[in-house]
Each structure stands twice: as structure tokens, then as C-alpha cells.
Design a protein. Structure first.
Lengths: 112, 861
């Protein structure tokens, strides 16, 4: 289903936003992904992915309160929308289903 | 700093809705980095992240998105451009090929020019650094040289407040350095105390402080240190210099750059040399060279006027024909030719020539572009018409066509950069330079891209104006005719292209003919199979030389062995004006006699013809008083019978025992000067060995073995006289080789353009040819019709080029006293060649059109 199409990194970001419920803003998401996946994420990659998914309707966002920490600049908190959750479910479901179809022998053979 | 810049850039492109929170994120991350990794990293990271944030989804509305007219417009322009390139790929290819070849050729030429211009550029106080030079007046001639009167070194600074420092130095010499069991022969000079204050060297060990004051101290280059000490430090170590004693190393400097007119691997204290050469204290003798540092802001012309009579002043009563002047060291390399005491150019002429060729090459490539674009403009007339109808302004159309040409030339510039990177090393080998080029060098690659951009704008300008100028009505009604003016201009440009190509063909042929002439010219001696070995070490002993000679002659491969002060190519300044005299010599005769000192057998070894008298005879000890002279000297002596005439030479009175035929001991640039040959074994510097040439390798190996035996300390070195002879014409040879390549390139680019034009016109005239064929025209007739226009243009180009090329090449040949006549044959060959290659290029389309079945071209419509 095309409307649920999510890229690998997008999926990761979407999941992280879900996991960080209530505290999902740029730097936190970046740190979380870097911690879990042990890979570098540039701010550019992350931000553009977030805006893209917001455009597709998977995410919604709102600006937080002004704090002293960031020179008074507000944070933008992201949340998964219902549509986003559906897309995430769809993608997560698709994988185990596909995984089940793979004959065990092939895997063994491959891993040798 | 970087952070502030990054913020500003970010605010510039980012959508205003996103700015606040992303900047906040960036800030937070910046703080994090600041604590963890330091300020530099954090700043750098911030900036990089800003650049990485340049994403379509984050851009401002007017930068991105469907609402933006700019975006849409460029999108369309690019799309159209690539479609046009693809549809007309042959023409796009011709353009790219021409521009790429042209750009890479000119880039190489400009790199060469740049490296020539940068010679001596490494000096720190270049603007204040000068070479001291000398004019010497002889009867009917002024000669300019670097060798100056020795006492200048001590008086110059005191007598002129403008002089901050002056340093004398000598010509190069090659002693043997010994350290433990390391042996190394290095080339260096003696130089006086202030030398390092004027000449910039970077010390690795030691310093310029108090340099060259102690008579037992020595300064060596980095590579000399490596040869003597390996990886070790050398400061305060002692080395043995063969024949001069031991010296302490007081400094090691980085090797003198290749682009220096004064080169050396070591510097020894001048005062030591001066003690052994007291002639240098005499104002009447010249020998050492000198560089000087003048105060900032000194006017050179005024200063030169001031010092013109200086030597005369110092000489007092005694009349002198010597005057000194200074030349900025930065000009020394390029402006090196003085005639009659006036600066007449030198290498700078070639620099101008190469720059001109570089410009011409690019121009020819851009002419191709203009010609093809205007010729094919009819094909795009409808597009222009429609665009205008739907409201496109002229400026936008102009922009569209300019963009197309800039895309092509930009692409070509990048390709050219790759080509230059690829060929730079072979070219370096060819011209003996160390040029570097890489697309990663920002200055050079930016220059290349800028060249591409400018080229694109220049070549795109005219076609864009023509195309965007089309009248909507006439274009769309269908009775559109090509604008008349552009056809005339196109023809003019083709003529111009072929004018330059033919001129270059002629020039190349002249250079080649002159080089052939130089190589085949009867010099008056045999230059082939002559091996030269420096006389040094043990060979300075006359008895050793005699033994060596008999050992060598025992091998049948060696036909002659002779010792002399120089080979037959005399390049030293050993000469005398007053030292050679005879009873009738007039006082006013101030001619310089060149000197050659030989031992027995020299004339035989070189096959030099004896016109009268005899050569030196080993059986006659008195021959050391006598001299041999050449025809030129005999003529100058102006006596009834010069043979057996009594002459005085450097304190020895004897007779002229033989007159030899004139031989060319200097390059063919100058005439044959008077020569005096004297028998003085003590002056021997060169071992001249004539070999049979049958088995060169064995002969050289044998020579090496014998020399190792006689002179074990010195590494064996030798050269062939024929190579040294060619080296005299180094710049001409480079011109010859470069000329071959670059005229080839120019012709190639011109032909590319012609090929494109021919294919286009064949396409346009396909109906005409069909009808002619139906009406009975033969293949030959049709070919004539399609080709004659071009042949005419090429002929006109030739007619314009011939006199221009003749004029310039005659000027070039004037530098030689012995040169060829240009002759008619060169013009015939060049004319025929350009006609022939033109014909070959366009005949493909002509034949194709002539043989095509008229049914195919006529059945439609």
C-alpha cells in the first residue's frame, strides 16, 4: 500500500518519536537513535525526515515553552498521529509476516 | 565566527516556520560539543550541519516548492537544455570535445607560463633584490654579462647609501665531499658574507647569523646532507672537501627551488677563494657575480644612471670600457637578453607567445560553438516563437540560451581539469618543469572553472542574442529566413580559424626546418661519438693523464683521446682582449679573443681542419710558446701572412704555427668569433674521448672501469658532446615540440567545427542536391558544389595567414646568425596540407550527400 510507504530511516525516526513520548524534539531524537543504533545521524537528515513525515501526516508537532537553555529558542515536540501509527503498524507487521515465509534452510545455508 | 556565519546562512535559506526550533537544536548540540570536544570542533560541526540542512523539505517557499516561478523556470531550462543536447548529440559532442581540448591545452600553456613567471619568486625581499650586471664595450659591440669587477664587493655598499647589502658569489664548481666512507660530488659556489641576507634560504639546521665569516665553515643543502649523513643531523660535523681541506658544517638549508636563476647545493666562504685568486682585487678583471639588496623604494633607473660611471671613477686615470648596472632579480629570468647594451627581451617573448596561443586556442573552440549554434538556430526558431507568444521576455530567452552554453562549457572545464591532471606528468618530463595541477587545489581548479564560465558566456552571448531576437510573426508564419548577418559572420569566423591554423602550420614547419638545419649543419668538427669526462681528482696530475691516455687507446673502440680546457662547445667566459697581441695591433682594437687550452691531439680528435701550418707537436717542447688561431683571428690580425707571425699571449712570446678552419664553438645564434688555442696542460678540465660508436655500452663501461681505477674517489660521470650541443638549443627544442602539439590541437579543433558546419549544410541542402541529381548532375559536380564554399574560406584564411606568419617567423630566425631561408616550399606544403585536411573533413558529408538516393530526400512534402 503506497500511502503507508516509509523509508528505513523514517521508520526508525518514527519509532523513536513514539518511544520518547512527551520529550521527542530534535536533539533528543538524534541522541536516542545514535544510542540505540550506534550510528551517526546528522541534524540535516533527521530534520528533513521529520518534516517530510509531518507533510505526509505521520507526525504532528507543536512548539514548547521558552526556556533559558537554548537562548530562549523553543523546542518543537513531535507526536505520532493515528495515521502514523497505522503506517508504522503496517510496516512492522509486514516484516514478521515476510520473515515467516522465509524457509529456515535458506537462512542456515546463507549463514554458513 | 563560523557559528555566526552558519546561523546567517541558515536563516537565509530555511523556512521561517522551522527556523526557531532547528536553530535551538543546533545550539543545544553546539553546547554539547563545546563541552565534550572543544570550541573548534563545535564551530566546525555547527557549520557543516548547517550545510547539511540544505534540504528541499526545509527550504523557504520561494527557494523550493511548486509555487516558485524561478525554480520552475530553471527546471524547464535545464530540461530543455538536456533534451536539446540529446537530440543533437553529435553537435553537443563536437562542442564539448572542442571546448575540452581547447581548455586543457590552454590550461597547460598557462600553467607553463605561470611556472616561468614564478622563477625567483621565492625570495622574501624580492622587490629589493637585484642582480648586478656589467656592460663591456668592445670594438663595435657591447656585451652584457653577470660577471663584474671583484672589488665592487667591498666598496659598493660604502659608496652608495641606497645599497643595504651586496654579496659576491662565484660560478659553480663541483668538488668531492668525503665523510667517513660517503663520497658525494655536489655543485656549489663560493659566496661572501651577506649572501644569505639577500638570497632567501630556509635553514633547517644552523642559521644565517654570522654566516660565511669563518674560513673553515660550510653550508650545505638538505639533499647534500642526506647523501653525506643519511638521516643524521649534520651541524658542527666536519667534512673533507677534496683539494680544499676540512670544513665544519655551520648550516643546512632546504634545497634551492628549481625556479631560481642562482642554483647551488652548498655555499663556501668567498674569502677563502679570494685568497687564492688575487686577480679578483683588480678593477680591470671581471669574474665574480653579485646580488645586492637596495633600500625599499629606490628608483632603479635613477640608481643605474648614478652608478653608470662608477667603475671608471674607481679606475681613475686608466680608461675602462666597463660599466655596471642593476636589474631586479624578479626580471632576471624572463628579461635576459641584452643587445648593444639595451634590454631586448629574452624568454619573455616566448611567454607572450604562449599566452597568445592559449587565448587563440580557446577562441577557436568558442568560435566552433558560436558557428554551430547560429547555424542551427533555424531549428529552434519555432521554440523561440512559441515561447514569445506565451509571454517569455527576451531577457529570459537570453538566459535560457546562455545557460545552455554555460552548462556545456562548465562540463568541458571539469573534463579539461581531469585531462590536465592526467597529462601533467608527461608534460613536465617534456619541458623539464615541475608543474602541479589537481582539481583539489582550490586556486587552480577555481581558475579553470572560471575560465569555463567566462568561455561559456563569451561563446553563448552572440548566439543567444541572435536566437532571442527572432520575430514572432515571421518565425511562426513559416517563411522564416536565416538572418543574413550571421552567415557573413560565420564565414568570417571560419576564415579566422583557418588563418590561425595555417599560420601555426607554417610556424611549426619553419621551426622544424631550422632545427633540422641546426642538427645537420657542418660545424667544422665532428660532434658524434664524442664522450666528455670532467678532469678532477687524480686526473689533475699530468703523468696520470698520460697513463690514462695510453690505457684508453689500447682499446680499439677508442680512436682519440685528448685533454683540453673545454670541448669544442666553448661556454666559459675565458677570453682576453688585451692579453693577445702582435706588433701591428692597433691600440683601438678592443676585440675579445676566445681562448682554448689544449694538450696534444685535440684537433685530430675533433677532425678540425688545419688550413695552413701545423698542429702542436709532442716532440717539440717549444710549442708551449706558440699558438694556433682560427681564420677569424687571422683576418683580424690584418697582417700580410699571419702564419709564423710573432705574437704575444699571456706573457709568452711565440709564433702562430697554424691556422685552423673556423668552427662553430658557440651556438648558431651568434657568429664565429676569433679564437686562440694555446698548449697549456695545466688548464685541462675535460677529457675528450672519441669512440667508434660500434658498441657504445661496452665503451662506456670500459671507460668507467679505467676511470674508477685512476680516480677511485670520484663517481664516474660523462656526457656526449652531441647532447650538450642539443642543450644549447633547449628553448628552441621546447618550442618545436610544443609547437607540434599545439598546432595539432588548433587544427583539430578547427576541423571539428568545420565538420559540424559541413554536416549541417549538407543536411540543409539535401533537397537541392536531390533535385540537381534528378536533373543529371554527376557525383563530382555535386561534390564540387558542396565543398567549394569551404575551400574558398580556407584559401582566404591561407592568403591572410601567409604574410603574417612570414613576418613573425623571419623575426624569430633573426635570433640566429645562421638560419634557413623560409622559402616557398613551406608555404606550398602548408597551403596544400590545410586544403587537403579540409577536403578530407568535409568530403565525408559531401560524398554522402552526392551518393544519396534523391528519392529519399524528395519524396516527402
Amino acid at each position: 500500500m503506497k500511502k503507508y510507504q516509509i523509508g528505513e530511516f523514517e521508520g526508525m525516526a518514527l519509532l523513536t518519536v513514539g518511544a520518547l513520548i512527551g520529550n521527542a524534539y530534535g536533539v533528543a531524537i538524534k541522541a536516542e537513535i545514535e544510542k540505540r543504533l550506534q550510528r551517526k545521524v546528522s541534524i540535516g537528515t533527521l530534520q528533513s525526515a521529520l518534516r517530510r513525515m509531518e507533510g505526509k501526516g505521520f507526525l504532528s508537532s507543536q512548539l514548547g515553552e521558552t526556556t533559558k537553555v537554548r537562548d530562549g529558542k523553543r523546542k518543537r515536540y513531535f507526536r505520532i498521529t493515528a495515521f502514523g501509527k497505522k503506517a508504522l503498524d503496517f510496516n512492522l507487521q509486514a516484516r514478521p509476516n515476510l520473515w515467516k515465509e522465509v524457509p529456515r534452510e535458506t537462512i542456515k545455508f546463507e549463514s554458513c | 565566527m563560523l557559528k555566526r556565519l552558519g546561523t546567517r546562512i541558515f536563516r537565509l535559506f530555511c523556512h521561517s516556520d522551522f527556523q526557531e526550533d532547528i536553530l535551538g537544536d543546533l545550539d543545544e548540540y553546539y553546547q554539547h560539543n563545546l563541552e565534550k570536544k572543544g570550541r573548534h570542533y563545535a564551530n566546525f560541526k555547527f557549520f557543516i550541519d548547517v550545510l547539511l540542512l540544505f534540504r528541499l523539505s526545509l527550504l523557504r517557499d520561494k527557494w523550493s516548492g511548486q509555487n516558485s516561478n524561478y525554480f520552475a523556470m530553471f527546471h524547464t531550462i535545464f530540461k530543455t537544455a538536456f533534451r536539446v543536447f540529446w537530440r543533437e548529440r553529435v553537435y553537443a559532442l563536437i562542442n564539448v570535445l572542442g571546448l575540452t581540448v581547447g581548455l586543457s591545452a590552454s590550461a597547460l600553456l598557462l600553467l607553463y607560463v605561470e611556472s616561468e613567471r614564478s622563477v625567483n619568486g621565492f625570495h622574501r625581499n624580492l622587490d629589493q633584490t637585484y642582480q648586478v650586471l656589467k656592460h663591456q664595450r668592445y670594438s663595435g659591440d657591447i656585451q652584457t654579462s653577470e660577471s663584474i669587477p671583484g672589488p665592487l664587493n667591498t666598496t659598493f655598499k660604502d659608496d652608495f647609501p641606497e645599497v643595504e647589502a651586496i654579496a659576491s658569489y662565484t660560478w659553480t664548481f663541483r668538488p668531492l665531499f668525503m665523510k667517513d666512507d660517503h663520497r658525494h660530488q655536489a655543485t656549489g659556489r663560493w659566496a661572501s658574507e651577506d649572501f644569505f641576507k639577500i638570497f632567501t634560504v630556509n635553514f633547517i639546521e644552523g642559521s644565517a647569523k654570522n654566516a660565511l665569516t669563518s674560513p673553515s665553515q660550510l653550508y650545505i643543502s638538505e639533499s647534500t646532507r642526506e647523501r653525506l649523513f643519511g638521516q643524521d643531523l649534520a651541524l658542527t660535523e666536519t667534512v673533507e672537501v677534496n683539494g680544499l681541506g676540512s670544513f665544519q658544517i655551520a648550516g643546512v638549508f632546504e634545497d634551492v627551488p628549481a625556479g631560481s636563476t642562482i642554483d647551488f647545493d652548498f655555499i663556501m666562504p668567498y674569502r677563502v677563494w679570494k685568497e687564492d685568486n688575487d686577480w679578483v682585487n683588480d678593477w680591470d678583471n671581471s669574474g665574480p657575480r653579485a646580488i645586492a639588496k637596495l633600500q625599499a623604494g629606490v628608483d632603479v633607473d635613477q640608481f643605474n644612471a648614478k652608478i653608470e660611471g662608477y667603475v671608471q671613477e674607481k679606475m681613475g686615470e686608466q680608461e675602462t670600457r666597463t660599466s655596471i648596472f642593476v636589474q631586479p632579480l624578479k626580471d632576471r629570468y624572463l628579461y635576459n637578453k641584452y643587445e648593444e647594451g639595451k634590454l631586448t627581451g629574452g624568454r619573455i617573448v616566448y611567454i607572450h607567445l604562449f599566452t597568445a596561443i592559449a587565448i587563440f586556442i580557446v577562441l577557436i573552440a568558442s568560435i566552433n560553438f558560436m558557428n554551430l549554434a547560429t547555424a542551427r538556430s533555424t531549428k529552434r526558431a519555432k521554440e523561440v516563437g512559441i515561447k514569445k507568444v506565451v509571454g517569455s521576455s527576451r531577457g529570459l530567452l537570453l538566459l535560457q540560451f546562455m545557460t545552455e552554453s554555460v552548462i556545456l562549457s562548465f562540463f568541458s572545464a571539469i573534463l579539461a581539469g581531469l585531462i590536465v591532471m592526467w597529462v601533467i606528468d608527461p608534460i613536465n618530463l617534456l619541458v623539464g618543469k615541475q608543474m602541479t595541477f589537481s582539481l583539489l587545489q582550490p586556486d587552480k581548479s577555481l581558475a579553470l572553472l572560471a575560465m569555463g564560465l567566462i568561455l561559456g558566456i563569451i561563446s553563448g552571448l552572440y548566439p543567444s542574442v541572435v536566437l532571442s531576437n527572432f520575430k514572432v510573426l515571421s518565425v511562426l508564419k513559416g517563411n522564416f529566413r536565416k538572418p543574413k548577418g550571421s552567415i557573413g559572420l560565420r564565414k568570417g569566423l571560419v576564415v579566422f580559424q583557418f588563418m590561425i591554423s595555417t599560420a601555426l602550420i607554417i610556424a611549426t614547419l619553419v621551426v622544424q626546418k631550422q632545427l633540422d638545419f641546426i642538427n645537420s649543419k657542418d660545424l667544422g668538427f665532428t660532434k658524434e661519438n664524442m664522450v666528455l669526462v670532467p678532469v678532477q681528482g687524480q686526473l689533475n696530475d699530468e703523468n696520470v693523464r698520460a697513463q690514462l691516455k695510453s690505457r684508453l687507446l689500447a682499446n680499439p673502440d677508442f680512436t682519440h683521446v685528448a685533454f683540453s680546457s673545454e670541448s669544442t662547445l666553448i661556454d666559459s667566459e675565458t677570453s682576453t682582449a688585451g692579453g693577445f697581441s702582435w706588433a701591428e695591433k692597433e691600440d683601438e682594437l678592443e676585440t675579445n679573443f676566445n681562448l682554448l687550452f689544449t694538450e696534444h691531439g685535440f684537433l685530430d680528435a675533433y677532425d678540425i681542419e688545419l688550413l695552413a701550418g701545423r698542429s702542436f707537436d709532442p716532440a717539440l717542447a717549444t710549442d708551449s710558446m706558440h699558438v694556433l688561431i682560427n681564420e677569424q683571428t687571422a683576418k683580424l690580425m690584418n697582417v700580410a701572412d699571419p702564419l709564423n707571425h710573432t705574437v704575444n699571449f699571456w706573457g709568452r712570446t711565440g709564433q702562430v704555427i697554424g691556422i685552423i678552419k673556423n668552427f662553430h664553438f658557440s651556438s648558431l645564434h651568434s657568429g664565429i668569433e676569433p679564437l686562440v688555442i694555446s698548449l697549456r696542460p695545466g688548464y685541462s678540465q675535460v677529457l675528450n674521448v672519441r669512440i667508434t660508436g660500434q658498441n657504445n655500452q661496452e665503451s662506456i663501461a670500459y671507460l668507467e672501469n679505467i676511470l674508477k681505477e685512476f680516480n677511485p674517489d670520484y663517481p664516474f660521470s660523462y656526457s656526449f658532446l652531441s647532447e650538450n650541443y642539443e642543450a644549447q638549443y633547449r628553448s628552441e627544442l621546447i618550442i618545436g615540440t610544443l609547437g607540434d602539439y599545439f598546432s595539432g590541437i588548433v587544427i583539430f579543433i578547427s576541423l571539428l567545427g568545420l565538420f559540424g558546419l559541413a554536416s549541417f549544410s549538407a543536411e540543409q541542402r539535401i533537397k537541392e542536391i536531390g533535385i540537381r541529381k534528378v536533373l543529371g548532375a554527376g557525383v563530382f559536380n555535386l561534390m564540387l558544389i558542396t565543398t567549394q564554399g569551404y575551400l574558398l574560406l580556407v584559401s582566404i584564411g591561407f592568403v591572410v595567414a601567409a604574410p603574417v606568419a612570414y613576418f613573425f617567423m623571419n623575426q624569430w630566425l633573426e635570433a640566429f646568425t645562421y638560419s634557413i631561408d623560409i622559402g616557398l616550399s613551406i608555404f606550398l606544403i602548408a597551403g596544400l596540407a590545410s586544403l587537403l585536411i579540409t577536403l578530407t573533413t568535409i568530403s565525408y558529408h559531401a560524398i554522402k550527400a552526392a551518393y544519396a538516393n534523391p528519392v529519399n530526400s524528395l519524396k516527402y512534402e
